[in-house]
Structures are given as C-alpha cells and as structure tokens.
Design a protein around this ligand. Structure first.
Ligand code: SF4
Length: 182
C-alpha cells in the first residue's frame, strides 16, 4: 500500500512485549502505526518505568513513533475505587481499567487527528478480547478497530520477539491488586 494511502492507527500499548506481534500484524494489514503508552494502572512506579522502556525498545526496533500518556495514578485509583477486592480477569475492576485506558487512547487519537485506534490488550491469554472490543466500540464506534491479537499464534510470536530482543517481561498484570494477589 502506498504510504500516502495508509490509514493511521493509534495503538494503545500495555507493554513492549505485547506490542511486538500486534504492531507487526497491523503493519501487515497496511496500517501506519503510532504507539501510545498510557497505563496509569501500573504499580509501583519503577515497574512503570521498566515497561515504558520496553515499549520504547519495541517501538524503536519496529520503527514506529511512540507517544506517552500521563502517569495519572490518582485518577486510575479513583476510577476503580470500591472494586479493590474484585478478582483479576473476571471481576468488574478490569473492565473499568480497560475502559479508562481506551477512553484516553480515543481522546489522544482525536487530538492527534489519527484515523482510528485499537489496543494490544487482547493479546494476553488472560484477557477477554470480546469484553475489550465491546468497550472499545462503545467508546469509539467505528473508529475503534477490534482485534484479538492472540489469534494466529500472536501470543507465541510476541514472546519469541521478546526473547530475541531481551525485552523486560512482567510477572503480573500491572495494578497493586494484581501484584498483591500474585
Ligand atoms: S488486574 Fe490488570 S486489567 Fe485488571 S485492574 Fe489490575 S491492571 Fe487492570
């Protein structure tokens, strides 16, 4: 596809590892990819910095620009207030967490005049792609492009990439509650 005709897509990146196969798939489908690291759910801050550095490394290797959102931990904690005890994955806290990050990605997409948006979150075998895609569509309607990046060996491909490039791989989902239950 001619560069001028490529549709730009803002890719919410939860980390560098998950982003790798997602970026490659989007490029293969003809998108011009811009990364967006916005994850105020991550605790503690040194873990946030590690994941951000891995995201920068992936963006550099795959030659895409990377935008960084704010690390608004207070806003994120306020959004999930009352949901602290919800179970990881199946509880309602994760849906609120997805929504908060996708709303900000949608805002950024509009602010940067980018055509559409999506997220790497669906690549994890522990995350419900149908829920993520439903939330994204509620927020962005047609501007949200649904994917299930774990399909076609997406998760395996992304792990292979992380090994080859020695990327930092986290051992828990991200928030203080997932850290404490790990
Ligand atoms: S477990 Fe993961 S998806 Fe769920 S609220 Fe925590 S950081 Fe967000």
């Amino acid at each position: 596809m001619n560069n001028e005709l490529r549709k730009s897509i803002l890719l919410h990146m939860c980390c560098g590892v998950c982003a790798a196969a997602s970026i490659e798939k989007l490029k293969h489908q003809g998108f011009s990819v811009i990364g967006f690291f916005y994850n105020p759910n991550i605790h503690p801050e040194d873990e946030y910095i590690r994941r951000l550095e891995a995201a920068k490394q992936t963006a550099m290797i795959l030659s895409i620009p990377l935008l960084e959102g704010s690390y608004d931990t207070c806003g994120w904690m306020a959004a999930v207030k009352g949901l602290e005890q919800e179970p990881e994955g199946t509880g309602s806290r994760c849906g609120v967490c997805f929504r908060q990050r996708l709303e900000e990605t949608h805002r950024k997409m509009k602010a940067e005049s980018i055509s559409c948006f999506t997220t790497t979150l669906s690549i994890s075998p522990h995350k419900n792609a149908a829920l993520i895609n439903r939330i994204g569509s509620e927020i962005g309607n047609e501007s949200f492009i649904p994917f299930d990046f774990k399909k076609e060996d997406g998760f395996k491909k992304t792990l292979d990439f992380s090994r080859v490039h020695s990327l930092y791989r986290q051992r828990y989902c991200g928030c203080v509650f997932s850290l404490n239950s790990h």
